[in-house]
Ligand binder design. Structure first.
Ligand SMILES: Cc1ncc(COP(=O)(O)O)c(C=O)c1O
Length: 418
């Protein structure tokens, strides 16, 4: 795949080889990661990268759009069918810009947004003070119930009644439970707000019908196409037909420039692939593996935030194990298990330290790991949490992790032979 790069820039080709080796030899459990099928990589680097194009099929600003139009129309048709949506815009470059295009479609500076707290599972782009969005709009946040650690719908409703937001957002980056979209949609209607769901983390599970879809309930549904959707580094937004013109204007020229036709084609491939039994079976197994890991870790004395998971991820509270998220992440990384430190709800630690880690099961499930391997991963995690500084324990765990993952190739043999 890197034939010419190898000749023209061996240094860079070497870095790609290094990263391939790292991924092959690591147990990747970052919840936002997955492994893209080879056609997604091929299409992401195609000649469509040469074409500059703005606008929509039938209303372009540049000539030479005939073939590109076919790609966008095909991608739109496949996406609408897969997600059973009334309208889609697949011009977004990522999950973040998908959100920005919804904001550009319906909000004016100063308008109010009600979204989930970042430190309890939300996302930066939903109004965190660290993100530029917070400078344009006015924000309030709902959180989780301290007992159940699941969304406090009464708190959400009270805040919605009090603040009368223009937009209510559900969905986030570390929320392991199903969301009652219907209930939030009713609240939004009561207060006259638009309802947007950011399904970036769960789009693959939704496409496969493994968890309920937000699309029937929300005005807008945004998403990245990486994570559980296992596709290109890109984005997409669905909406009700009545908002189609607003969304298209808010996307281009409202918030984005020319099309990324390469990733658009890659997404089109994935909209077809996600309808296959193969993809559905992987997504079903992702949830089975996540539940198994939660059960196993609980058996080893870890506390799982909210008591378990309904999707592809779990958040572990490490306080009973006497180790911080930061330290656990580093120790796991040293043996070849990749996770990320994560705040738990009401975390006493700062974001750079944290009391928890977030773990996702998508990438390892794609490689073929099942419950018996998940049991072994939980055992390794437990050993490391108990002795994160013990060199012998780390060495033994590294050997076990390597042996485990070496049975499950990242890509079929020969994929990267030039
Ligand atoms: C809920 C949510 N929305 C949006 C994004 C941003 O997606 P991207 O990284 O594709 O811009 C993320 C990424 O972590 C996310 O978790």
């Amino acid at each position: 795949m890197l034939k010419i790069t190898r000749l023209t820039d061996p240094e860079l080709a070497g870095l790609v080889d290094e990263e391939l080796y790292r991924q092959e030899h690591n147990i990747e459990m970052i919840a936002s990661e997955s492994t893209v099928p080879v056609p997604v990589m091929e299409l992401s680097g195609s000649v469509f990268t040469n074409k500059t194009l703005e606008g929509y099929p039938g209303a372009r600003y540049q000539a030479g759009s005939l073939v590109a139009d076919k790609v966008e129309i095909l991608a739109n048709e496949r996406a609408r069918k897969l997600f059973d949506a009334e309208h889609v815009n697949i011009q977004s470059y990522s999950g973040s810009t998908a959100n920005y295009s919804v904001f550009a479609s319906i909000l004016k500076p100063g308008d109010k947004i009600l979204s989930m707290r970042l430190d309890q599972g939300g996302h930066l782009t939903h109004g965190s003070p660290a993100n530029w969005v917070s400078k344009i709009y006015s924000h309030s946040f709902y959180g989780v119930d301290p007992e159940t650690e699941q969304i406090d719908y009464n708190d959400l409703k009270e805040k919605a009644m009090e603040d009368k937001p223009k937009l209510i957002i559900a969905g986030g980056s570390s929320y392991p439970r199903l969301i009652d979209y219907e209930r939030i949609s009713k609240i939004a209607k009561e207060v006259g707000a638009y309802f947007m769901v950011d399904m970036a983390h769960v789009a693959g599970l939704v496409a496969a019908g493994v968890i309920p879809s937000p699309i029937p309930h929300a005005d807008f549904v945004s998403s990245s196409t990486t994570k559980t959707f296992c596709s290109a580094r890109s984005g997409m937004v669905f909406c009700k037909k009545e908002h189609a013109r607003l969304l298209d204007k808010g996307t281009f020229p409202g918030s984005l420039g020319s099309l990324h036709l390469t990733t658009m084609a890659a997404k089109a491939w994935s909209f077809k692939y996600a309808a296959t039994d193969e993809f559905k079976e992987i997504m079903e197994q992702v949830v089975v593996n996540a539940r198994k890991l939660a059960d196993e870790l609980q058996g080893h004395g870890f506390r799982i935030v909210s008591g378990g998971t309904d999707n592809h991820l779990l958040v572990i509270d490490l306080r009973e194990k006497g180790i911080t998220g930061d330290k656990f992440q580093t120790a796991l990384d040293s043996v070849g298990i990749t996770v990320n430190k994560n705040l738990i709800p009401f975390d006493p630690e700062k974001p750079s330290v944290t009391s928890g880690v977030r773990i996702g099961l998508t990438a390892i499930t794609q490689r073929g790991l099942r419950e018996s391997e998940v049991i072994k991963i939980a055992e390794i995690m437990n050993l490391i949490a108990s002795a994160p500084d013990d060199k012998k324990v780390l060495e033994d765990c590294k050997a076990s992790a390597q042996e485990l993952i070496s049975n499950f190739p990242l890509y079929p043999e020969g994929t990267f032979v030039d």
